[in-house]
Design a protein around this ligand. Sequence first.
Ligand SMILES: Cc1cc2nc3c(=O)[nH]c(=O)nc-3n(C[C@H](O)[C@H](O)[C@H](O)COP(=O)(O)O)c2cc1C
Length: 214
Amino acid sequence: MKNMHSIRTDYVKGELRVQNMLVTPQEQLSLWIDNAIESSALDANAFCLSTVNADGCPKGRMVLVKEIKGEALIFYTNKGSSKAQDLKVNPRAAATFYWPELERQVCISGTVYEVSEDDNDIYFATRPRESQLGAWVSDQSQALDSRDTLNKTLKLVTDKYQGVSKIDRPPNWGGFRIEFERVEFWQGRASRLHDRVLYTKDGSGGWNKSLLQP
Ligand SMILES: Cc1cc2nc3c(=O)[nH]c(=O)nc-3n(C[C@H](O)[C@H](O)[C@H](O)COP(=O)(O)O)c2cc1C
């Protein structure tokens, strides 16, 4: 294995000033995602979703934010998946974005709620047909004996919907909303003296912004 001691990035691409940060974390996050899209970051809307299971064991995995609505971000998944099981028993989560192209990170924590059935249907209808079929095929996070099994199920589902223009949403597929409680913006700086700005609720419907040590 290569030696990792010598991997050292000096971060020089920007700086944060509290007075220049937007009023709410949702506005600031939207701006940073737009900046990441403009900088051609791969999967600019990807974040690590961390959940905790019934035994208190944490797990992180990447998912895609599909919308920022009010003071929350929304992602979609299979409701039988390991993450959805975790959220059933412990409806709190962390969302961590990282855009190396911009030397930026955002760490969000909050409470999680299910998206309404109507909104699930609206979003599902916008997905490409292959992704809609895929949602019927995968029993996400369950054991799989072979790739063959998946291919056979895909063929069955594809045949079933042959000539059918609208594919129904599987009942076990839908979205979750993470309502922001704590949102921290990080911009890498030289000498590891990074900038960190934390948004917390001010108790009267607004947000406080404060600096954190690097
Ligand atoms: C960049 C990226 C984006 C992903 N987006 C999603 C997503 O939006 N929804 C999803 O269910 N899985 C997504 N996945 C797959 C998840 O990381 C994960 O493997 C899957 O959801 C099963 O996770 P679980 O067993 O912990 O529930 C994505 C993976 C990557 C690498």
